[in-house]
Design a protein around this ligand. Sequence first.
Ligand code: CTP
Length: 413
Amino acid sequence: MGYLSGKNILLGVTGGIAAYKSAELVRRLREQGAAVRVVMTAGAAEFITPLTLQALSGHPVATDLLDPAAEAAMGHIELARWADAVLVAPATANFMARRVHGRGDDLLTAVCLASDAPQAVAPAMNRGMWDDPATRQNIATLEGRGIRVFGPAEGGQACGESGPGRLLEPEQLTENLAGLFSNAALTGCRVLVTAGPTREALDPVRYLSNRSSGKMGLAVAAAAAEAGAQVTLVTGPVVLQTPSRVERIDVVTAAEMQQAVLERASAVDIFIAAAAVADYRPQFVAAQKLKKSAEKQVLELIRNPDILATVAALEAAPFTVGFAAETGSVERNARHKLQAKSLDMIAANRVGADLGFDADDNALQVFWEGGSAALEKTRKSRLARQLVALVAERYHHKHNGDKVIKLHAKDPA
Ligand code: CTP
């Protein structure tokens, strides 16, 4: 699975001869699993056609800030929100100067201004332009604001000169971009995550289950891996791909999930229970397919073990994080579960029309003893990164107290 899997990359293309390489860059980004949307400046469209990049990215290419049709489809604010990262490649000297001055007079600069996602520029220009003091200062200013600068490489240039100013190769840019999503918040930690639903068999063809898609749990596993943790994911049946650098163990029933978790729980530092475990299972599982007969059927159900509570009660319990899906009184119910199950943290969400199960977006209220945080509605991948940053902070706080070192300078999302 690609190392940019599930990531939304907004690629800005500005007007330099290296713009032709953006076609290859779009392909590389998509090969690594990213969804790519391209914004071009007017200058870029003189070097490579929007149609080329539309065909390669699979999305219409936006070029105009004042185009009513484009703004109605996916305007600059939506594009800015959509992006998990913004990469401008090639970035001309002129673009960077405009960026330094906070200009927002074309679509690309407006999107860059509006986005709070990590951003990078890949400069490409003649070596003299690169060496000019104004460019040097602009680069330093952008870096000072946390914008990453990829390259440039040295070598022969389109103008016939040789020196620094070549656009990095698409492969290198793709790798550098993946680095934007990594941080060191959980380096050296072992994290165990449960995800998805469980299925409790009634007979060989029927089961009791729930609507959990596993999206949140897998996003949490991916975010923990990005934070440098060694991650094991125990998941019920889901149709999602395993995030990169995550060990996955597939289970079906709550009992199987419990066994897989308990075999590992004492050896991990953090346990995050995102699975929607079936609370009950049929008392009797028919060996043969049940035949319809009576007008009314009564199913006898028995309680499944509470995996989360069992882990939290272990003598060598890891830092334990639970989830709670609530339809009302979110804080009261979540705080009650935090205490009743002796958890370190609980992430509660309101389940309703477009929130919770199977949705792409979610919002969470996170509680721990003496504190709370509200994580606003956003894509589950981004929400998971925010949650993992919070888990890392509380985990280090628990273990280092006041000596807590904030390893993650900034939430990557
Ligand atoms: N959980 C678990 N094992 C179970 C049931 C739940 O590990 N058998 C975990 C879930 O992964 C989740 C949390 O416990 O982290 C949910 O707790 P629970 O009290 O079951 O929440 P609800 O299902 O919302 O419970 P209730 O119906 O009682 O509100």
